[in-house]
Design a protein around this ligand. Sequence first.
Ligand SMILES: Nc1ncnc2c1ncn2[C@@H]1O[C@H](COP(=O)(O)OP(=O)(O)OP(=O)(O)O)[C@@H](O)[C@H]1O
Length: 307
Amino acid sequence: MTATTGWGVELQGVTQRYGDVTALDDVALTIRPGTITGLLGRNGSGKSTMGSLLAAFRRPTAGRVLVDGEDPWENERVVPGVCFVRESGDVLDDCSLKDNLAYLSGARPWFSHELAGELLELFELDLKRKPSKLSRGKRSAFGIVVGLASRAPLTILDEVHLGLDAPSRYAFYDALLADYAEHPRTIVLSSHLIDEVERLLEDVVVLDAGRVLIAQDVESLRAEGISVTGPAAAVADFVAGRDVLATQRLGGTTQTTVRGALLEGDARRARQAGLELGPVPLQDLFVHLTGPGRTTDAAARAQGVDR
Ligand SMILES: Nc1ncnc2c1ncn2[C@@H]1O[C@H](COP(=O)(O)OP(=O)(O)OP(=O)(O)O)[C@@H](O)[C@H]1O
């Protein structure tokens, strides 16, 4: 089948309830086609639920899900183009990997057997083995083989690195980037290892208790976090009136993380006050915005509510 450049996603007022648990709460979101988007959030924030809605594993309680402009639910055009790989692994446990690949590739119009072969070798997976007999890491690796080789226009990789050792994780990241460069598509990557995946991401969506806290491109998000370090009084003066996310003190020195782009003259003012300005890693921003005790403030900030 001819290549695509990836399918976009739009969620309009999407709510998903499980009994009295609201997993997604009136979510409005656009995922740009042809990007790698990081789907981040603390445990239970709704990431897997969002994946299952995009893959039409379930229908939302309320609102509209659009994949490539159409509702994916029972949609014969859209469903084969959405590949959702999740930790639980939707594989045939008691069939060999070879039979699994034959079965799974049958439903995937863009499936590349050549790439599957390369990845099986990379992760040292034996086609004769059955998923039920694999270690956790090898099971994850097989999920990655299926997810990448499917070359689906919308690929959702939900915590697919679980159990993988560090060399295998980095091999996965490299393989993903290499294949994505040659076969552009939309990839939604959910992971708690933000430091590791940051370099892969173009856009980032942060969910917080079922709501969208952040949805923007990584570059502009990074530019919004500033670390200010220097004498305590000078730091306090510099950050006054700004959105302070965290402060650490060591002796007379303070390091404060603020959210918000630098204003004109800030760099000069900081230099004159003996302060050091620096970037904030995405992981730190995430922790400061969603960490325990911050949830309510962060959600309120996202909604423009003053507390
Ligand atoms: N099938 C289900 N039945 C009942 N509640 C569910 C179901 N699936 C998810 N939930 C609940 O919905 C909320 C969101 O869960 P979800 O799995 O989407 O979060 P997550 O961000 O993927 O979490 P994690 O990072 O821990 O995997 C949680 O409170 C969870 O307990």
